[in-house]
Structures are given as C-alpha cells and as structure tokens.
Design a protein around this ligand. Structure first.
Ligand code: PAF
Length: 287
C-alpha cells in the first residue's frame, strides 16, 4: 500500500493507472476509520475489481467546519487508520496537508470554491450554512487529483451524497457515484467517528435516532399515510424524553427534490440531527 501526500504525485500515479487501463475507485474519508468506512472500501473494490486501484483519502477538511465546530477536536489516529487500510486491501492512501490542499488559505490567497445552490439549503445546510461549500469543494478537488471512475460515499450522510451526486452531474465529472448502506452497531446506532465523543449514558441514549426512524417506519406501515406535523411532534417527544438528547432538525421529504412533504407515506425520506450531550449525530432512512 502506498501513502501519498502530494496532490501532484497522486495525480501522476492515477493518470498512470488510467493509461494502463486500470480502473480507479475512490473512498473519501476524514479518517478515524471504522467498520462503516471498511464497507465503503469493500464496495469500491467490488466496483473496480481485483486488479483495480482503490484509493482512500484521509483528510480532515477544514473548509467544511465552521469556526465554532469541532475541527481541532476531530478524532485522529493515523497509525490505526493506516493499519485498517492495509487490512482492508486499500492500494493507496492519499493524505495531504492543508498547505497543499488549500495553498495560501491562511493568508487569504486561496479563493476558489464549488457551491451547489439547491439541495444544500435545508437540513444540514440550514444548521451548518458553510458546511456543504467545503464538502463540494474538497470532493471536486479529490476527483481532479485522484481521477476516479467510481467514488463511494456512505448513506448515513444522505444529504451529502445527494449534493455530491448533483455536483458531479452539474460539473460533468466522469465519476460514477455509489452510495453504500449505513453500517450500524448492534443496537442500531449508525457508525460514526463522532460516536467516540459519547460518554456511557449518552451512548445508551444515542439509539434514539434509530428508534425514531423505526417508530416512523412502523407508523407508516400501520397507517399508510401519516400527517407530517403530527408525526414530527410524536418523534420529538420520544427524543426529548432522553435527558441528554436535543433535537436539531427532523424532516420528512421527497428523496429526489429534498422538498418537505405534508403527508408521510411509504417512499418518503426522513432525516434527523440530534445533539446527544455536545455531540451532534445524524441519521436518515426511507420510510
Ligand atoms: O463524509 C465525509 O467524511 C466528508 O464529508 C468527506 C466526503 C470525506 C469530505 O471531506
């Protein structure tokens, strides 16, 4: 497995693979890898085949964090991440520094960003207004540097995957976007690097996101059509019954347009963000 930190070297190697007819698969991550990331690597390997080249990028992207957010505290464990990549059969790890990804940014000399102007507005975009600009910018840069045929993202960040798919189409990147299913702990909590922040009480209460999703699914199955405002109120009550949990948003929407619905039926997408203690967790699912 190769570890590469220079964008120019990465691009050169990717180009060499492409010219040799070797398909390149990209798994973009911010590190602190877990079984969810491993499943993304497995999906990338399935897509490019045994002789393809799977690249995992490991970069905590500063532009997707607001100044008030947890950038400096974001968990990091490079040694463990590299061991996991080796074990998962990753061919190359791309791990650039901020200085090479955003040259001159500290001094105000980095000035090009990629912005998606519609799907980024609700939910994560409303709660974290500068977040998606950072995500689309870094993913566009990674596409240009790693030159993948296929890039794999996790369904846990469902809105992110929708925004990236839209950017990919709108900007004509020759990349196939694959969205792999959320990997869950045995009690249903979606795997996330941020779960590490939870203390034992918070960890127990964090299952409330999954319980809300299951409860919404059960109601839709039972009743066919459910009033969105009433369902929102019932689920909010379930969430606020947990002493450590505070709802940030909970939305029912059309999975294509991300527009909210007033009646919840089978096929509607639900997404929610909940602070458990100080940790903000997200989850989503099709009802
Ligand atoms: O989902 C993530 O880990 C990040 O948002 C991504 C896609 C790697 C961009 O930094």
């Amino acid at each position: 497995m190769r570890s590469i930190s220079s964008p120019a070297v990465m691009q050169r190697l990717a180009l060499k693979q492409k010219r040799a007819g070797v398909p390149v698969g990209l798994v973009p991550t911010m590190g602190y890898l877990h079984a969810g990331h491993r499943s993304l690597v497995e999906e990338a390997r399935r897509r490019v085949g045994a002789s393809g080249w799977v690249v995992l990028s490991l970069y905590v992207n500063p532009t997707q964090f607001a100044p008030t957010e947890d950038l400096s505290k974001y968990p990091r464990d490079l040694k463990r991440d590299l061991a996991m990549c080796r074990e998962a059969g990753v061919d190359a790890v791309f791990m650039p520094s901020d200085a090479v990804m955003y040259p001159g940014r500290e001094e105000g000399r980095y000035s090009t960003y990629v912005v998606e102007e519609s799907l980024t507005r609700p939910m994560e975009g409303a709660s974290r207004p500068t977040h998606f600009r950072g995500v689309t910018t870094v993913v566009a840069k990674l596409f240009n540097i790693v030159l993948p045929e296929v890039a794999v993202f996790g369904a846990k960040d469902w809105q992110q995957a929708a925004v990236i798919s839209r950017m990919n189409r709108d900007m004509n990147f020759p990349v196939r976007i694959v969205v792999a299913p959320t990997v869950r702990e045995p009690d249903g909590l979606a795997m996330s690097s941020r779960n590490k922040y939870l203390d034992p009480t918070q960890r127990l209460q964090a299952t409330v996101l999954w319980e809300s999703l299951k409860s919404a699914r059960a109601e839709v199955k039972r009743n066919g059509t459910v009033d969105a405002a009433a369902l929102h109120a019932r689920l909010s009550a379930i969430i606020s019954a947990r002493s450590e949990a505070r709802l940030d948003y909970l939305e029912f929407f059309d999975p294509e347009t991300l527009q909210p619905v007033v009646e919840v039926t089978k096929g509607v997408q639900m997404a929610l963000a909940v602070f458990v203690g100080k940790t903000r967790l997200i989850d989503n699912g099709r009802l």
